[in-house]
Design a protein around this ligand. Sequence first.
Ligand code: HSE
Length: 445
Amino acid sequence: MKPTNLSPIRVGLLGIGTVGSGTYNVLQRNQEEIRRRAGRGIEITMVADLDVARAKAAVGAGVQVVDDARKVVASPDVDIVIELIGGYGIAKQLVLEAIEAGKHVVTANKALLAVHGTEIFAAAHRKGVMVAFEAAVAGGIPIIKALREGLTANSIQWIAGIINGTTNFILSEMRDKGLDFDAVLKEAQRLGYAEADPTFDIEGVDAGHKVTLMSAIAFGIPVQFDKAYVEGITGLAAQDIRYAEQLGYRIKLLGITKRAANGIELRVHPSLVPAKRLIANVEGAMNAVVVQGDAVGTTLYYGKGAGSEPTASAVIADLVDIARLHTADPEHRVPHLAFQPDAMSDLPVVPMAEVVTSYYLRLKVADEAGVLAKVTGILAGAGISIDAMLQREADEVGGEGSTHTDLIILTHDCVEAKMNSALAQMQGLPTVLAPITRIRKEELA
Ligand code: HSE
């Protein structure tokens, strides 16, 4: 083997919590193999954390620990900055300062890149440095690398992913135990699976950030989270999970981006997925992403979307990439968003009203003659074709002597605006007794 005489590349770490300490530990444990792969050593030389005592306990004596992240960003002895602070505030300033100081950046911060990525990548391009973010999407799954490099021959058709472990855990528990959302969320928080403030997870925002990044890389469009349609799982009821199962489907929170005739779809919402699809069987906090390319067909990536060493695995893969490419001419590196910056597409993100998909509808209706005819008449009038229907006996749904029942309808594809108008008409029927539940359905065929 050709010995390498290059000195180790020096890394400064901003924030040494769960992922930071995992990164330090894996780099220590596998340092020899990583050196052989990277062609030079990779050493964390500086760490910034407000909790200096915790940081000192987490790293070896040779690592300089400071409480001021700016000292790391400005240090001439740091080549790469790893940003693990999170959020859009100080993290954004530090990333831009690191770039300005000519340092490469590795970050797990999907929120920052999904919202401010255009500004950050442009700054990095100007300075000729790399911003790598494998850890920002689906934790340990190398999906960014797969999309940007492994699938680079393909025209990507669509991506659908379970990219939030917290919500997948909650949905799995709701299905397994037949419990409602609120009960499972409390249990998930007690067990430490869900954050004390789980808003970003359960409202679909975290998944929205991640699918925004995948969409940019897949289709060569700018990152534009503000155009994504985002709907979380807070409105899901245990009975919808049960009815979906009776019809051969599971409900998953999917991040979807798709090439359509009128632009690029970019959306997160609960979706019925046929139970026979592999992705429908991804349970607990695991993540999975399906990618459809025109040449390769369907590919599936599965693994841990969070956690100390799984996320560290992605952070270190970025460090190795940078160590390998550090000396390469910036024009010949892999572009941040897969496409060359001057060859980005201006394809629009499709407004949700123009998206074409199929639907699950649950209507609480009076159990009397003519109700079904009125409902199906409205759907027929809107040109929406029914795929399947399910109606339980009133007693089974509402108890002995009940005068109402649930009507479940699966539709074929139609444009969302038509469904919105049909829903408004159905909701106006006096025999429809409660707000109609609408969940989108993806066949992922
Ligand atoms: N909160 C995320 C999840 C993990 O539940 O998947 C970090 O992206």
